[in-house]
Write a protein that binds this ligand. Structure first.
Ligand code: BGC
Length: 728
């Protein structure tokens, strides 16, 4: 693993080895929420085209009936560099340094090439994905021979021969079946630039890319089309010490942008005057984002840089202005999970946006509103009423998870979405959102729960059968605490919203009744259900039970099974794991993290003592939530230990899969929550904004901004629990 040097505003590394390549390509991924490009060096080849990926938010295609994959797009970074006719990728690399500026998103490579005759050539590459105009990107090469006059050839253009590697839901399966989802329809290149137009094979979804090249030495130029590739070749003879600069501006668009993506892409390209101009406008866009989302951590540069890296990745993976797409579990940086959206967005990543850019949180929630009709149809296919959101979603609201137990039974996602909408309304006070969108979602999802629970005549209780909780090692169980608690909350949200609508907006209430056919009778059932659900607490220990079977599972000494952070499912079968008294990730504690006011210190502490020693952290989502709870419990040592695992999860490759699987966005979101909501002690609810320091001894202070109730606050939390909270 390449060791990343983590600075307050920069991540860098000097390791150019083949072994660390995948890892570096994940860490140095760049994006702007519209597109995401892995951090590959543009002229480095050898990797399969499926690993050299570019993704566009919300761009999926069917790979079999009903199942989609996020489409790997034409490679606009395609470049080949030849030094006196020899492929530069085959030459020796010296003095390598690759760095990513968190401040403005610029990725750079600096290195020296050494050829077989001992001649050296200095190379600098800069890559930018524009944060201002989301359709554009740029690349710049600066090349300088150090020892003798050299003929340098640079080919750069667009490569449409990209492929997908659909990744199975089964983490133990080795995926090798590559698929070509795009067909190149047109490709052309001339002396100054070119374009490529492709469509997907089933739905004929269009993807367009175009580019322009400029150089400062009037190189000899020629356009080429070679199969699915269109490129411009530039050639110069460079005297010793003479630098040659070539820059390429790129614009892309697709079917999601409207009827004429070609016109859109070409007009955006015309508006780009060059690399520096794009860099300036993109840096200004980043500056505005950082003004809202930055967290300053005084006294610990490692934490500071890592926290900023987490925020940076979350921002660049989020389709901020698009209400028809969400954030994949690996963002736009990797095809793992077929690019699908999980509860990861609503529960782990959304809080950062909710508290710092509520308009972005709203768009993420609107994506769910726009897939409500599909979720209703999906519920019908599961032979129940209301709306059932998919455990894994893509551009529709239909289930994308192909594993039976998870896809059918991990149903808490439906209530997680309602929960996130509830938090959004509570924190922002946006009643228009509640009345216009959330109320309808609450009603339809409440209807789903009404039929998903089974009423038992013997005990007069509503039971939740055949359910999988967030701890996926629970098997398929009964009355999973987390799901029951969240479903009850969903019903309460529905009842409360209807009451408010009736009172505060009678016309909207009438419209809701007309649209949904809502009746008093069903609301009476929801109310009754909320009073008769099965949540068990041990009276003596105060521990809330995870489900009906957890106590009967085989107790184990976790340390005997697990001696590293590598997930245990790599060694033990799921069948065996689900009969052991171990957790993959928190479930009861997860619920307590989401509802901090609803449980006493004593209850949370009891849950910690009981569940934490049994938790394997086989999901990357686990560490940050444990850090958050530990911070709130003032268990400093544990909070620090868990926080470091979460905040450095990808940068230090804690799970040994960042290269293979991409950046784990939910884990990064959980780390943000641990820092701001845990160590910073922020709570926003009916009582307004409260900040209560749980600052660890490893840092001097924390400063950040927050938005709540349409007001902006700045908070400064320092040692000895001093808190300053100012409204701006
Ligand atoms: C976790 C889920 C998570 C999914 C995607 C799984 O391993 O158990 O909670 O939603 O990964 O990140």
């Amino acid at each position: 693993m390449a060791l990343m040097d983590i600075r307050a505003w920069e991540i860098s590394c000097t390791d150019a080895s083949a072994e660390s390549r995948d890892f570096r390509e994940s860490i140095f991924s760049q994006g702007n929420g519209y597109m995401g490009v892995r951090g590959f060096r543009p002229d480095a080849h050898g990797l399969h085209p499926a690993h050299r990926s570019t993704f566009y938010a919300g761009f999926f295609e069917y790979i079999r009936p009903g199942i989609t994959d996020m489409v790997n797009q034409p490679d606009t970074m395609y470049t080949e560099l030849l030094i006196d006719g020899a492929d530069a990728d085959a030459l020796t690399i010296l003095d390598y340094r690759q760095s990513l500026s968190l401040r403005d998103g610029l990725l750079t490579w600096h290195y020296t090439l050494l050829d077989g005759r001992g001649r050296r050539m200095r190379v600098e590459i800069e890559r930018l994905i524009d944060m201002a105009d989301l359709h554009t990107a740029a690349l710049r090469y600066t090349i300088c021979p150090l020892d003798s006059e050299t003929v340098v050839t640079l080919r750069t253009g667009i490569d449409g021969s990209v492929e997908n590697l659909p990744i199975s839901d089964n983490q133990m399966q080795d995926d090798t079946a590559f698929l070509r989802l795009l067909r190149v329809e047109q490709a052309q290149a001339g002396c100054d630039g070119g374009y490529l137009l492709a469509t997907t094979r089933t739905s004929r979804r269009a993807s367009v890319a175009c580019y322009r090249v400029m150089d400062d030495r009037r190189a000899k130029r020629q356009g080429h089309r070679d199969g699915n590739r269109a490129y411009t070749q530039l050639e110069v003879s460079l005297p010793v010490g003479a630098a040659w600069r070539v820059e390429k501006t790129i614009a892309v668009a697709c079917y999601r942008d409207g009827d004429d993506p070609y016109a859109l892409a070409t007009s955006r390209l015309r508006d780009c005057t060059g690399f520096d101009a794009m860099h300036t406008r993109s840096a200004a866009a980043w500056e505005a984002l950082w003004a809202k989302a930055d967290v300053q951590v005084e006294g610990n540069e490692l934490w500071q840089g890592a926290v900023r890296y987490n925020i940076f990745q979350l921002i660049q993976s989020t389709p901020r202005t698009d209400e028809h797409a969400s954030i994949g579990a690996r963002g736009l940086m990797h095809g793992r999970y077929k690019g699908c959206y999980f509860w990861d967005t609503e529960v782990f990543m959304l809080p950062l946006f909710l508290y710092t850019m509520p308009e972005v949180a709203k768009n993420l929630l609107l994506y769910r509103y726009h897939t409500l009709e599909d979720a209703k149809e999906s519920a019908r296919r599961f032979s129940v009423g209301g709306a059932r959101y998919p455990w894994m979603a893509s551009d529709t609201g239909f289930e994308q998870c192909e594993t039976w137990d998870t896809g059918c039974c991990e149903v808490h996602i439906t209530a997680d979405i309602a929960y996130a909408m509830g938090r959004y309304v509570e924190v922002t006070g946006d009643t228009d959102f509640l009345f216009r969108y959330a109320a309808e979602v609450y009603v339809e999802t409440a209807r789903y729960w009404q039929e998903r629970f089974n009423y038992c005549v013997e005990d007069g209780q509503y039971h939740l059968l055949f359910v999988k909780g967030p701890d996926e090692y629970c098997g398929v169980t009964t009355n999973d605490f987390f799901t029951v608690y969240l479903a009850r909350h969903n019903l309460l949200l529905a009842l409360d919203a209807v009451q408010r609508l009736r009172r505060e907006a009678p016309e909207r209430f009438a419209a809701l009744v007309k649209k949904t056919g809502l009746t008093d009778a069903e609301m009476a059932i929801w109310k009754r259900m909320t009073e008769h659900m099965v949540l068990h607490q041990d009276e003596r220990t105060k521990v809330w039970q995870q489900d009906d079977t957890f106590a009967r599972l085989e107790p184990v000494d976790v340390a005997a099974y697990k001696d590293s952070d590598e997930p245990l499912y790599c060694k033990l079968s799921f069948d065996r794991l689900q009969r052991l008294q171990v957790l993959k990730q928190p479930a009861v504690l997860m619920c307590m993290a989401m509802f901090p006011e609803a449980f006493s210190y004593e209850e949370i502490d009891a849950a910690w003592r009981y569940y934490e020693p049994k938790t394997l952290h086989d999901s990357t989502l686990s560490f940050g939530i444990h850090a958050l709870i530990a911070a709130r419990l003032d268990r400093q040592e544990e909070a620090i230990r868990y926080f470091e695992k979460a905040v450095l999860l990808d940068l230090r490759d804690v799970m040994r899969n960042t290269g293979r699987e991409g950046v784990h966005l939910a884990a990064l979101g959980a780390a943000w929550q641990a820092l701001v909501l845990g160590f910073g002690g922020v709570r926003v609810g009916a009582g307004g904004v409260v900040v209560q320091s749980h600052l660890p001894k490893t840092i001097d202070s924390l400063s950040f901004r927050l938005q709540a109730n349409q007001k902006t606050y700045s908070a400064h939390v320092s040692a000895n629990a001093a808190v300053q909270l100012r409204q701006q």
